[in-house]
Design a protein around this ligand. Structure first.
Ligand SMILES: [Zn+2]
Length: 82
């Protein structure tokens, strides 16, 4: 499958390729960005310390997805402080 801006790249190594539309950009503490679907973005934020959502580059999120991402982002920030 061709890697595009809309391909979810946030799957873990043991997961099959994700067919969901990538609508979220996350940035890690080093400034590297990756795009993924909301579901995988939440999982990635939970797994990467200090990662955050690039909201300006994340479109088409519903209320629920936005809230889930905000919570994970908050948690990621807190674990970076420890
Ligand atoms: Zn995905």
């Amino acid at each position: 499958m061709a890697q595009t801006r809309f391909t979810c790249t946030l799957t873990r190594a043991d997961e099959p390729a994700c067919q969901s539309y990538a609508r979220v950009t996350i940035t890690d503490s080093e400034g590297a960005t990756a795009r993924g679907c909301p579901q995988h973005a939440v999982a990635a934020l939970n797994g990467i310390t200090g990662a955050h959502v690039d909201w300006a580059d994340s479109k088409g999120l519903n209320e629920w997805e936005r809230t889930a991402l905000e919570l994970s982002e908050e948690r990621s920030k807190l674990s970076a402080l420890r």
